[in-house]
Design a protein around this ligand. Structure first.
Ligand SMILES: [Fe+2]
Length: 167
């Protein structure tokens, strides 16, 4: 018979696997954003966040191994494109800089939400280390989300430039 605690523990492992799959997808997305962002300031921020995201992934991997060495790492898991409603987003006007700003903003907030629940699940399952990883990772996502939110004008200006409509 599985106890309540064991069930929570299993749930927690599934949450960590999902977060791990999410971070793998985020790395791919960030790589794409870096390639298509020609503004130096934004590119630098994206590159920095890519490095941070590699750390996020590693911390989750470490927790997975600590929680259950037999737990397999999800190969693809949550497709962030699907989570973003990418099909729908791609139907919106495809001006690259605004598309990138939108995708980055939505992604960071998705990550923030995932880490909020991961932190709580870890606490419920009595795993303070995983709760700590969730908090640390979330802090970086919040920082990145704020950076994007400070740069709407820049994304918009780049959109005008790209469309040949800059004043
Ligand atoms: Fe992340």
């Amino acid at each position: 018979m599985t106890t309540h605690h064991e069930q929570l523990r299993e749930k927690l492992i599934a949450y960590v696997q999902d977060a791990h799959a999410m971070e793998s997808q985020v790395l791919l997305l960030l790589t794409g954003l870096i390639e298509t962002t020609h503004d130096a300031t934004l590119k630098r921020a994206l590159v920095r966040h890519h490095t941070e995201s590699e750390h996020h992934l590693q911390r989750l991997q470490d927790r997975l191994e600590a929680l259950d060495s037999s737990a397999s790492l999800p190969k693809s898991g949550v497709a962030i494109g699907a989570a973003l409603g990418k099909g729908l987003l791609d139907m919106l006007r495809g001006d690259k800089p605004s598309q990138n700003g939108r995708d980055a903003f939505v992604t960071e907030h998705l990550e923030i939400a995932v880490y909020q629940f991961l932190e709580r699940m870890a606490e419920a399952a009595g795993d303070p280390q995983t709760a700590d990883v969730a908090r640390r990772n979330r802090r970086d996502e919040e920082k990145m989300a704020r950076l994007i939110a400070r740069n709407w004008d820049r994304f918009f200006q780049l959109t005008l430039v790209e469309a040949g409509l800059a004043a």
